[in-house]
Design a protein around this ligand. Structure first.
Ligand SMILES: *Cc1c(COP(=O)(O)O)cnc(C)c1O
Length: 477
């Protein structure tokens, strides 16, 4: 990696230098309208090679799953198979237009129809909608469905949503957006939901519970059926945060345990790209109680033809057109490539990899909840006085690894949340565990090495709060 500080394109500019040759105009030249011109907006003058080098160098500074191990807990950074890309770029998919109408889109509608059915089946649900564009968007869909279900029954006093204290921050944020109050349910000593606390919170003001299983502690909620029954008996509904489905595909179906509605992160479990790598999908599936409330339109089959239709009690549309269609093609490809046995095997391997890594790491980094983990585990960076998890995470960058998720879940002090996924080799897991063990030794012998890390990147410790609150989005020379 080239460690020189990167100049900005404007700083590479030289007067009169040019990277483009325009052909002679075949129409008379006229001046641009004054309103379109800004004297205060000079464009960089730059030759082609300098521009190519500039952007290629910047692209090489990206860290990606295609170059290195990415054990970011709760994010399921598995490999995105290239066959997904090949399928999504087939001309029939790529050039189809969302306004073409059902008559000219039978293939695309059939793919969506089949994908809805496959995902509903994987989760143990009655029906699915592919509209939501991210997990948090799926949560919004599900909680709006729960709210409408209560309202349609004239039950207006249910304004509270119960959320375990290990939950992802999007869960309470979703509730606030929908206008629900949240009530935090503490975890029991084994990391599961504290059933006594749950029972005492249940009354006729509770709309439901949002529950993540396996939880963000990487633990399977053994009382899930009990929890769903308690909430149902009190008149509430159960939202499943399905972000951790990677641990249980083909083994356990949340719908069978009483979950009423759940989002699936296609960009986690079903190998489509995350975030900057592409748009996401947080599609939702629902059981008997809520299937008619799904957002729409959804793909339907009538007299052997495919079309789009609104579910009868739908909360309405959440996304333009039909969701992120290119992502749906990728997820469909992935599921069809694996088949049912492959889906089961991916979960088994994800859990095996996480337990293998946990066994190597926990000798040095203690765990608050020690029982066997699912697809991820949460260790603690309490290896030496004066050294924190942030220092360990930054030092991992020097060893060539993307750091795990840190300081989450909030209930584990100095949390390091590690999710290797099923796609990593044993050699990679060994190398990562060795780096963590070595860093723990450094933390004791030379803590300054950790405090000043990373040493190999163009920038080291950034002000993350300022970056989020006051981002600098345009160039000021
Ligand atoms: C990733 C995640 C979400 C949110 O999903 P996005 O697609 O990032 O919006 C919600 N809950 C859990 C547990 C997650 O890991």
């Amino acid at each position: 990696m080239n460690l020189r500080p990167e100049p900005l394109a404007y700083e590479l500019s030289a007067p009169g230098r040019c990277g483009a040759a325009l052909p002679e105009p075949d129409v008379p030249e006229t001046a641009l309208p004054k309103a379109l011109l800004r004297d205060d907006l000079p464009l960089p003058e730059i030759d082609e090679l300098t521009a190519v080098r500039h952007f290629t160098r910047l692209s090489q500074k990206n860290y990606s799953i295609d170059t290195e191990f990415y054990p970011l807990g709760s994010c399921t950074m598995k490999y995105n198979p290239k066959v997904n890309e090949a399928a999504a770029s087939l001309p029939g998919w790529r050039t189809t237009h969302p306004l073409a109408g059902a008559e000219f889109s039978q293939g695309a509608l059939e793919l969506m129809y089949r994908l809805q059915a496959m995902l509903a089946d994987i989760g143990g649900f009655k029906a699915a909608s592919l509209q939501p564009a991210a997990g948090a968007h799926g949560e919004l869909a599900g909680v709006l469905m729960i709210r409408k279900w209560h309202r349609d029954r004239g039950d207006l006093k249910r304004v509270k949503m119960l959320i375990p204290d290990s939950a992802h921050g999007t869960n309470p944020a979703t509730c606030s957006m929908v206008g629900f109050e949240t009530l935090t349910i503490p975890s029991a000593a084994d990391g599961g939901v504290d059933l006594a606390a749950l029972e005492s919170a249940l009354d006729d003001t509770v709309a439901g519970i949002m529950i993540t299983n396996p939880s963000t502690l990487g633990l399977f909620e053994r009382n899930i059926e009990r929890i769903a029954k308690l909430v149902h008996d009190a008149g509430g509904l159960v939202y499943g945060d399905g972000a951790n489905l990677n641990a249980i595909t083909g083994i356990f179906r949340p719908g069978d345990a009483g979950i009423d509605v759940m989002h699936f992160n296609l960009h986690k479990t079903f190998s489509t790209p995350h975030g900057g790598g592409g748009p996401g999908s947080g599609m939702v599936a629902a059981g008997e109680r809520l299937a008619d409330y799904l957002p729409g339109p959804v793909a339907v089959r009538k007299d052997g033809r495919f079309d789009m239709a609104m579910p009868t009690a739908s909360i309405g549309r959440l996304k333009a057109f039909h969701g992120n269609f290119g992502v749906l093609v990728r997820a469909y490809t992935y599921i069809r490539m694996l088949g049912a046995p492959g889906l089961r095997r991916l979960a088994e391997t994800a859990v095996l990899n996480a337990n293998y890594l946990k066994a190597k790491v926990e000798k040095v980094y203690p765990l608050k909840y020690g029982r066997g983990c699912m697809h991820e585990f949460v260790a603690m960076g309490t290896v030496a006085e004066g050294v924190h998890t942030l220092d360990i995470a930054k030092r991992l960058i020097d060893y060539g690894f993307h750091p795990p998720t840190i300081y989450f879940p909030l209930i584990v002090p100095e949390a390091l949340m590690i999710e290797p996924t099923e796609t990593e080799t044993r050699e990679t897991l060994d190398a990562f565990a060795d780096a963590l063990v070595k860093i723990a030794e450094e933390a004791r012998s030379d803590p300054e090495l950790l405090h000043s890390a990373p040493h190999v990147t163009p920038v080291g410790r950034l002000d993350e709060v300022a970056a989020a609150r006051c981002p600098i989005l345009c160039y000021r020379g």
